[in-house]
Structure formats: structure tokens, C-alpha cells
Write a protein that binds this ligand. Sequence first.
Ligand SMILES: [Zn+2]
Length: 371
Amino acid sequence: MGETLSRTVTQNPDLRSLECIRCGGHQPVGDHPRGCPSCLENGTPANLACAYVPRNGTSGVPLPYEGAPSLGEGGTPLLRADLGGDVDLRLKWEGANPTGSHKDRFSAVVVARALYAGYETVAAASSGNAGVSLAAYCARAGLGCEIAVADDTPAHVLTLMRDLGADVVSFPEAGLRWRHLAAYLGSRTVLPVTNVPVPPVGSSAFGIEGYKPLAAEILAELADRVPDWVVVPASRGDLVWGLYLGFREVCGTRPVPRLCLVEPFPRVAAVLRGDDPHGHFPGATAVMPSLAGNTVALQAVEAVRRSAGRAEVVVDAAAAAGTRRLWRSGLPLEPSSAAAVVAVDQACGSGAIAPGSVVVAVATAHGLKGM
Ligand SMILES: [Zn+2]
């Protein structure tokens, strides 16, 4: 089926190259799982971003590919969250996506890329949501799917991936999954779509484009009012960087919202204080596996810096308490997502977010998968 569908996928004719987010060098349109080759050689890996021919007077966000099978991703509601604070807080309810997380936006575009370029299988490292999402989109498109997981991945998540047709390979530690994906570099049949190098760069630049419509949807829901803050849970920062790219396009000459990156222990927060971004950041999380990892990708730091944003650390106990509170308010979020709401509370308490601000917290994933 993948071969038949590949004929329906088109590449945006305005897509002209991939541009390094660090050095600005351009690469031909293609798959670069290790990011910019020059920056990689210099020991400072950096992701690439899609560069399009500028079009004056057009609105909307360009995407690299169209015509792949959709499961109805995107267009999620922006819920008012009357949680007692003195800010106008909205939740971008990404749990309403087909497999219950924002990853469906990424999967739709990388699967389109895989079909367009003639790959047979998509491979990814995942702690859960991305794997389930990719498995569904690959199955829908008739592509093979291989998910590299860590041995501590919950059994019911593995069952979901396998029931959706994915091959699951398991490794004793999360970092080994990236080494496994590196074996597919240069393959003409298997496309790795999540991070490969260490230090990391992040996931496929094409997939990250799939997050841009979030910015357009948020602005539309707010009657074109640019929110003061958008609060985003992050590990390697695919989502926060995609949001930055989207807001940059839809805000025009106006400043983009300040992006508040949420993490379980200081990583980006440490880099913003002057730590080496290519270092190892000690810490762990037992309740937020989506936000785990001891490294930083440049794209996460850049999203915060370029938006004049900040990083907020939410520890496990606070995320767990916040999750319970949200469920009892009828908002079943996974702890990694509830952490965004906790971060808003903390940042309001410290004065980092001013009273009266319009704040959007991205509720990245539904909590039901974790039950
Ligand atoms: Zn570069």
C-alpha cells in the first residue's frame, strides 16, 4: 500500500533547502538524521529546519508534504482552565489527537516524507507516545514501523505498539536506542525519524514542521491575540522548537509569545545560566518519562532564547500532585503534561509570569495511556 500512496504525496514546491539553526548553512532537501554536517564535524551538533521560498502576502504555515493519509490530527480544542490563578490560562488539549498526543502531528508529516522518498520502514526511539503514534500512522500508510524502546517501557504501551503492527526492539538503557538507529544512517529503505547523534540534535526537521499549525490554531482561538506565554514540556525540544517556528510565521511583525520550557531537572535552565550545552545534566524522573534524558539539544535552547522565554523545573512530586488535582477537575493529563500547568503556578508564584497574562499551556498527551 505504501507504494500506491507514495504517488499521492507531493512535496511543497516552495521548499528549497534545509537550514542549520546554528551556522545558517544550507543542505539539500533530504534526510539528515544527524543534523548539520559541518556543525557535527565541529562537535557542536545542531538540527536543520525547513527553508521555504518567501512568499509576500500569503498567510498560513507552509508544510513540506501534503497528501499522506490523515487520521484527523490537529485542530485540537483550546480549553479555558479556571484553576484559580490570576492569569487567563488556556490548555491546548493535544490529548484530542487520534492516538492521544501531540506526536500525531509529527507522525503525519514524517510518514508523508517516508512515502514521498520511497522508504519502506520508519524507525524511531520512543518512551511511549511517539511510538504508539508512529505505529498507527505507518500502519495507515502501509509502511513498516520499528520502535526502539527502553526495557522499562510499560508492558501495556508495548502491546499498543505491537497491536498497531510495529516491531518493537528493547534496550537496557535509553541511550542505546540512538546507537541502534545510527545503524540505519544512509539506508534507502529504513528512515530514522528521531534523534540519532550524541549530543542530540532532535528529531526529523520534516516532522517538526508538523507542530507549526499549533501556533496558527492558538492564534485563531484567541481571535489573533498573541498569548504572552506558551508553556511547553520538553526533553529534546522538538515541540517547543516547532511552536517557535510556527509562531514566527503567524505573528508576522509582532513578537512571538515567550516560550516557557518545562523540564524535570535543570538542563536548559542550566544552559541558560551558562553551562556547556553539550554536557551531561544529572537528574532523573520517575513519573515523567516523556521528559527524561540527561542531554540538551540546541533547538530547545534556541526556542527559549529567541522568544525571550525561560525554563521552569517541575520536580516529580509537584508533577504527581498537579496530575491528581487536574484529574479531579476533569482534566485527565499524563504527568509530563500536567507539569505544564504546575509550571504556570510556579512561574506566577515567583513573579516570572505577571498577573493578567494570557497563558497557553500545551497539554501534550492524554492521561489514559498511562493507566
Ligand atoms: Zn551548522
